[in-house]
Every structure is written in C-alpha cells, then in structure tokens.
Design a protein around this ligand. Structure first.
Ligand code: NDP
Ligand code: ZN
Length: 379
C-alpha cells in the first residue's frame, strides 16, 4: 500500500514538473553575431532558456565592447563556435523575475559581467571567487551552461539575457546607466588586482596599456592616492592620462621616456593585449614590488620571461588576475558610482557595420576609451 502511494506521488511530481517545464518556454531574442572567424557582424535571431525560479530576465540597454571580444572573434585564444554573439559588459533593466528572486524587482537596473554561473560550493566559490570555480565558471558567451541543458551561451550584443539572479549585479538607480556596462569587465578587472595588491596612498603605480581596462585602472589607483605612471605606445593619450590624474606618461616607443625607471614601482598592472617585453616591467619593480597581469594577448603572441630574470630580480611577485568575483564586482560598482568613477565611452548604434568599424578602430588604437553599443537601437 505504502509502495503505491509512493509511486503515485512520484507520478504526480513528474506530471507537475513536466507541466511547469512546458509553461517555461524559451525566450526568443535577437542580437548581432559573427558567423565565422573574423567575420562581419550581422543580425541574428536565437533564444535564451526560460526564466527559472531563481532567474531574472534583463532587457539589455547597453553593451560594452571589450578587447576580449575581439580576441574571441579573431579566434586568438583557440577554437570558437559560430555563430557567436559576443558581449560581457552588460547594463539593462529587469523585465521578469523568477518566483524565488528577492534581490531584484521588475524595473530595477541590473548588470552582467563575464560569467553567469558556477558551482557555488567549491572552495573558490565559497570564498566569493566564482571566476576560479574548481568546476569551471560558466562564461557569459563562449560557455557551456551545465545548469541549463548544456546550452552554448551567447553574449550581450543582444536584446535580452536570462541569468541566475545571484550572478547579476545591482546597478544603483542614480548611476549614469549609459556608462555602467564597461565597469562589469574593464572596471572589475582593473579594480580587483589593485585591491588584492593592497595599493595605498603614496605608492608608485604603473598602468601598462592605457585602453579600456587601463583607463579604469588609472582612475582607481588615483582615487586611492597613488602616484600613477601610464605606459602606452602613442603620444595621443598623454594629455588624457594627466587629465585622469596620472603624474607621468611613458611612451614606450620613446627611449628617453624609459630612462631611470628601474626599481621604481610598488605595483604595476599590465593590461597589454599583445606581445611586449615583460622583463622591462619586472626590472621597474621596487624591491618587494608586485606586478599583476590581466592583459591576455593572442596565444600566438604570448610574452614570456625566463627564470634567470625572475631570480636576479628576486623577491618581486608577478601574479595573474581574472575579472573578480560577484561580491567584489558589486563592491566595485557601488564604489565607482558613489565616487563618480566611470569609463569614457563612445556610444554607437547597434548596427553590424558600426560594430565592424569599432573593432577596426580598437585594433588601430583609435578609441578613447571604450565603445558601448546602444542595444535599444537594434532593429
Ligand atoms: P584596449 O584595446 O582597450 O586597450 C589596450 C591598450 O594597450 C591600448 O591603449 C593599446 O594602445 C595599448 N598597448 C598595445 N600594445 C602596447 C604595448 N606594447 N605597451 C603598452 N601599451 C600597449 O584593450 P582592453 O583594455 O579592453 O583589454 C586589454 C587586455 O585585457 C586584452 O588582452 C583583454 O583580452 C584582456 N582582458 C583580460 C581580462 C581578465 O580577466 N584578465 C578581462 C578583460 C580583458 P593602442 O590603443 O594605441 O593600440
Ligand atoms: Zn572584457
């Protein structure tokens, strides 16, 4: 008898879950995709998984263009799947919430960065560093979402995104929303290692690569009271660096600029997206100084450093850093909005040819400092 009741209950449960799955239809959306390596951007219709009990649906208002998007589109970091909708710097508005969601309500601003899920229980996740999840963080695009039928994730150059609410970031209502998106990657990726290294007032800090990430790094280091030197390959950005509060500017193509810099810096952040001389920067670290690497060049152009250099210039530390965890991303966003720290953005309409042109300008060093796509204009 007990057995019968047990099976009846299982049957009822299956019936209810099937019915609820049928109620939860996939969400049709559209975006801009490339259909092959180094391809052109064209409109693309696809769908997101249904809004689960712990999920929210965000109407994307703005999407930043990160140099990592270019690396992906160029397949510079290995094999990619196409069509690909890039975009991991997303700011938008909540349009739907699952029944368990308390963190957001419909109408709130919300953001998504580079990841949309992780196991939540491994050591890294428990310490709020989901980007280093032992089972793999699920990336916003170019990822496999093991909690949603192993679907291949597509990014935010699109109208809508459905995300677990604990991986969405709250954006204050008074934020300058058109400038927020790049904080979700460029902002956190420079903020996190600066905080991890313990940069403090009076420290000498070098920021190498003065683009999307670098210009955020300059602002955070200046806000902490550091004496900041910017390194880039052009004269064009010298005045911008000073305007943002840097004290010195080094054009690495100008040998005079590079004189007398050895043993100078407490901390250097490298955001350089291509090959460069790492040893040059190692030599510039003070005794006990630290260097964080966030710039990840194409695998075919990877900078290297040989062990003898490390040993001769000992007791300096070089560490890598990947974005930041969700808790820290929220902290960075609140800190940035409160202190009026934003990226300098060039806003473009969501048209394939304009995104193609933006990609070319980024490669040619012609943007100050971050392109943001106005996703509301997508036709
Ligand atoms: P940008 O293209 O916006 O900025 C790169 C800057 O570096 C540009 O100003 C460029 O100059 C400058 N630069 C190029 N070569 C040199 C050099 N040899 N020395 C000094 N400066 C140089 O890129 P992003 O800021 O968006 O991204 C930077 C890198 O960080 C990329 O590799 C990206 O993939 C990576 N990244 C890593 C993340 C992480 O979690 N670790 C997260 C996000 C991005 P110019 O414009 O004149 O060419
Ligand atoms: Zn990025």
């Amino acid at each position: 008898m007990k057995k019968n009741i047990f099976f009846t209950m299982i049957g009822l449960f299956l019936l209810l879950t099937t019915a609820s799955a049928q109620n939860k239809k996939r969400i049709p959306t559209k975006g801009l995709a490339v259909f092959e390596e180094k391809g052109k951007f064209k409109p693309y219709e696809f769908s997101r998984h249904a809004v689960g009990d712990n999920d929210i649906q965000i109407e994307i208002l703005y999407a930043g263009i990160c140099h990592s998007d270019l690396h992906h589109v160029h397949a510079a970091w290995g094999k990619e799947e196409f069509p690909m909708v890039p975009g991991h710097e997303l700011a938008g508005r909540v349009v739907k919430i699952g029944k368990n969601v308390t963190k957001f309500k419909v109408g709130d601003y919300a953001g998504i960065g580079c990841m949309v899920g992780s196991c939540r229980v491994c050591d890294a996740c428990k310490q709020n560093h989901e980007q280093y999840c032992e089972h793999g963080a699920i990336m916003t695009y170019h990822g496999v979402d093991r909690y949603n039928d192993n679907e291949h994730t597509q990014g935010g150059y699109s109208k809508d995104y459905v995300v677990a609410s604990d991986f969405a970031i709250k954006i204050p209502a008074d934020a300058q929303i058109e400038k927020v998106a790049p904080l979700l990657c460029a902002g956190i990726t420079s903020y996190s290692p600066i905080m991890y290294a313990g940069v403090k007032r009076g420290d000498k800090v070098g920021i190498a690569g003065f683009g999307g990430l670098g210009h955020m790094g300059v602002q955070y280091a200046v806000a902490l009271g550091a004496d900041v030197t910017v390194f880039d390959i052009t004269e064009d950005k010298r005045q911008d660096a000073m305007r943002m509060g840097a004290k010195h500017y080094v054009n690495v193509n100008n040998p005079d600029d590079l004189k007398d810099l050895n043993n100078t810096f407490n901390f250097i952040l490298s955001t350089i997206p291509t090959n460069y001389d790492m040893n040059m920067y190692l030599k510039m670290l003070k005794y006990d100084g630290q260097m964080a690497i966030v710039g990840l060049p194409p695998f075919a152009q990877m900078p290297t450093i040989s062990l003898d250099k490390f040993i001769w210039q000992g007791n300096r530390k070089i560490f890598g850093s990947q974005i930041g965890g969700i808790k820290e991303t929220q902290e960075m966003l609140d800190y940035s909005v409160k202190n009026n720290i934003y990226p300098e953005v060039v806003i473009i309409d969501a048209e394939g040819s304009l995104v193609d042109e933006a990609y070319k300008n980024i490669m040619d060093g012609k943007v100050k400092f971050r392109y943001v796509i106005d996703m509301k204009t997508l036709k």
